[in-house]
Design a protein around this ligand. Structure first.
Ligand SMILES: Cc1cc2nc3c(=O)[nH]c(=O)nc-3n(C[C@H](O)[C@H](O)[C@H](O)COP(=O)(O)OP(=O)(O)OC[C@H]3O[C@@H](n4cnc5c(N)ncnc54)[C@H](O)[C@@H]3O)c2cc1C
Length: 399
């Protein structure tokens, strides 16, 4: 390398810092400057995971990346060959952040405090002499003409994105992902606090569906199944202004299996009243609500007195209960952006812009996003690492 190369990183968040530290580790003679528009860096890391930072996942339950990355799974599959969750896990432990794995496969710092990660990044950038300029919003690439390489890590919804690409058509319009559903049904919301462990939720007329625990809230529905569906359907729901039919299967079982179960109860528990025998371990208040909804005045009838029509109505409300999504709300302030720089605008091996040499993108600014569980940070670590490695490879090729 004839002269000292300089890299500017726009955005002092997770991806920006991870890229900076790795760039310096791979190429200590590289000058690296992080520009951050806010007064503080790593603000989202600080509040992430309820202040504990769910920094990655073991992926033990994931058989296909599309299950957890509605957008960007193909590119991530390729990039995981370079740097995946195992490497991320090792990286943090080797840099003084012991981690712990929860039963649900989510990974957190052992300290249960996101500052363990923030302190690590600040320590490493200081040690390597990375320059950090806060309260410095970059408004155009021309401001950075003294730099040899520029990495855009400006995060999710931001008015800054278009400044760093020349063709706006290469941007997919950003919209929020990971939100809860408003359902204007007072009888349902009166059940707030009720949790169903094995629900299936789907948008009728589409192939979009998700499964998992569902929580009824004071204004609609939340819980992992709903957050997943909001992520898969982020774009579709934005287009219809968060007004869409919603179908719930409260049992997690198919229609035939539900019919069989109810048929057995009719025979075995025929003398008992419906409220006294709850199938599928459904919470009592929910079961009462569903029987009243489907059988009205017969909600307290003995099991053995149900006729075929009534049994069909009960099966239908259990496997295909219809609601209407009437709006959205953030989940504990956590949201990610679906959309951003289209993946076709970057070279998949390097994440370098196809329009502008030496311009790279990493983190949420790319059109990659995941469901909750540490998957979004993992995408930030992977893409940032790949960019650092790509720049170093390019430096090696500079005569
Ligand atoms: C409340 C909350 C909790 C979350 N919890 C988790 C979790 O536990 N696990 C998980 O995996 N994901 C979580 N996420 C998502 C995760 O935080 C993001 O996916 C991740 O922070 C993306 O990192 P990033 O570096 O790409 O962007 P960001 O962290 O958003 O950083 C981008 C930075 O760029 C700066 N910037 C923007 N434009 C400019 C400009 N023009 N000039 C200079 N600077 C600029 C911004 O100020 C910002 O600091 C959470 C998100 C939220 C909102």
């Amino acid at each position: 390398m004839s002269k000292k190369q300089q890299t500017a990183i726009i955005g002092g968040g997770a991806a920006g810092f991870f890229c900076a530290v790795n760039l310096k580790e791979m190429c200590p003679q590289m000058g690296v400057t992080i520009f951050e528009s806010g007064t503080k860096v790593l603000r989202k890391v600080a509040v992430s995971g309820g202040g504990r930072c769910n920094c990655t996942n073991t992926f033990a339950d994931v058989t296909d990346l599309s299950q957890v990355y509605p957008r960007g799974h193909r590119l991530l599959k390729r990039l995981f060959n370079v740097f995946d969750y195992r490497e991320a896990y090792r990286w943090f432990e080797q840099h003084g952040v012991p981690l712990t794995v929860q039963d649900d496969h989510c990974v957190f710092p052992q300290a249960q405090d996101s500052h363990a990660i923030i302190d690590c990044f600040l320590r490493e950038t200081r040690r390597h002499g990375v320059e950090i300029r806060t309260s410095h919003k970059v408004n155009s690439l021309e401001e950075l003409s003294n730099f040899d390489y520029v990495v855009v890590t400006t995060g999710g919804i931001t008015d800054g994105i278009p400044l760093f690409t020349t063709h706006h058509s290469l941007l997919t319009k950003p919209c929020p992902s990971l939100f809860t559903f408003r359902v204007a049904d007072e009888a349902l919301t009166a059940l707030m606090g009720t949790v169903v462990e094995q629900a299936q939720v789907m948008l009728p007329g589409t192939k979009m569906r998700a499964a998992g625990p569902l929580l009824i809230t004071h204004w609609g529905m939340s819980g992992p199944a709903i957050l997943r569906l909001s992520s898969y359907a982020a774009r579709l729901l934005a287009e219809c202004r968060y007004q869409h039919p919603l179908s719930i299967n409260w049992t997690g079982c198919g229609e035939a299996a539900v019919m069989d179960t109810l048929g057995e109860l009719v025979v075995r528990e025929g003398k008992k009243q419906l409220p006294n025998v709850r199938p599928f371990d459904l919470p009592g208040r929910l079961w009462e609500y569903l029987t009243a909804k489907s059988l009205q005045g017969r909600a307290h009838a003995p099991w053995g007195s149900l006729n075929t029509k009534e049994l069909n109505r009960l099966v239908n409300v259990l496997v295909n209960d219809q609601y209407r999504i009437a709006g959205r709300a953030p989940f504990r302030d956590e949201f990610v952006t679906c959309g951003g720089v289209e993946l076709s605008a970057v070279y998949p091996q390097t994440l370098e812009s196809k329009e502008r040499p030496h311009l790279y993108f990493a983190g949420e600014v790319l059109d990659i996003d995941g469901v909750t569980g540490g998957f979004n940070f993992q995408a930030a670590w992977t893409t940032a690492y790949v960019v650092a490695q790509s720049i170093v490879a390019d430096v090696g090729n500079v005569p």
